[in-house]
Design a protein. Structure first.
Length: 221
C-alpha cells in the first residue's frame, strides 16, 4: 500500500466566519482524530489535498501527515475518512483524518475495478457497474489500492457479485456477498419492442371489445 505526504497546521476554534477566511487563504479546515491523539483541529493546503483526492483513492491510501505547531512538527500516519464539498461549486469545505495504528486492523472502502471484456457486449448487451466500492478489513500495511473483478465470462443476463471477488491474503471483505457488482443486461430496444407489442395488443383488444359492443347495441334496436 502506498503512502503520500501532506502538510498541516494546528488551528484554534475561531469566531463565526473564521472557516470562510481560512478557505479564502487556500486552506481547508480539518480534524485529526484517533485513540492516541484524541481530536486535534488542523488546516491543510487545499491544493495539496485536491491533488491527493484526484490522484488516489482516499479510502485506501496512507498519508504521512506532518502537523506544524509553532516551531515543532509532529508526524502522524493517517487515512482520510471523509471529504465535504460545497454542493454546487464543489469547493472543499472540510476533511476528516483518522490516525492509523499499524498493528491494528481497520475497515475502509476500496474501489472495485472491472477487467476483461464481457462477451455479452458483442451481442449488444449493456454493462451496468452497480457497486464501485466494497468494505474490507485488514492491517493498514496490507490495504489494497483496489480490487479487480473479471467480467470476461459475462453473457447477457449474467452478473458478478461480491462473493466472486478474490481478495488478497489477510484481507477480509465485509460487504454482503450477494451484492451485485456488475451485470450485462439486454439491449434497451428489445424492452421497447416488447412494450410496443403489449401496447398494440391492448389497443387491438380494446378495439375488438368496442366493436362487439356496437354490434350488441345494433342487435337490441
Amino acid at each position: 500500500m502506498e503512502s503520500i505526504n501532506l502538510s498541516a497546521q494546528k488551528r484554534e476554534r475561531g469566531p463565526k466566519g473564521f472557516m470562510r477566511t481560512l478557505r479564502r487563504q487556500g486552506m481547508t479546515p480539518a480534524v485529526l482524530y484517533g485513540k492516541e491523539v484524541g481530536n486535534i483541529l488542523i488546516q491543510v493546503p487545499t491544493k495539496e489535498l485536491e491533488m491527493i483526492i484526484t490522484g488516489h483513492s482516499i479510502g485506501s491510501t496512507l498519508i504521512n501527515l506532518e502537523v506544524a505547531n509553532d516551531d515543532q512538527k509532529e508526524p502522524y500516519l493517517v487515512m482520510c475518512r471523509e471529504i465535504q464539498r460545497e454542493p454546487i461549486r464543489r469547493d472543499l469545505l472540510h476533511a476528516d483524518f483518522f490516525q492509523v495504528v499499524l498493528t491494528e486492523e481497520i475497515e475502509t472502502e476500496v474501489p472495485v475495478i472491472l477487467v476483461g471484456e464481457a462477451p455479452g457486449l458483442r451481442e449488444e448487451g449493456i454493462l451496468q457497474h452497480m457497486l464501485r466500492k466494497v468494505t474490507v478489513s485488514c492491517l493498514p500495511t496490507e490495504m489494497p489500492d483496489r480490487l479487480e473483478v473479471d467480467i470476461s465470462g459475462l453473457n447477457i443476463g449474467d452478473q458478478v457479485t461480491v462473493a466472486d471477488i478474490e481478495a488478497p491474503e489477510n484481507v477480509q471483505i465485509i460487504s454482503e456477498p450477494d451484492s451485485v457488482i456488475a451485470m450485462v443486461v439486454a439491449p434497451a430496444y428489445e424492452e421497447e419492442e416488447e412494450e410496443d407489442e403489449l401496447e398494440e395488443d391492448a389497443l387491438g383488444e380494446a378495439a375488438a371489445d368496442e366493436g362487439e359492443g356496437e354490434e350488441a347495441g345494433q342487435g337490441e334496436e
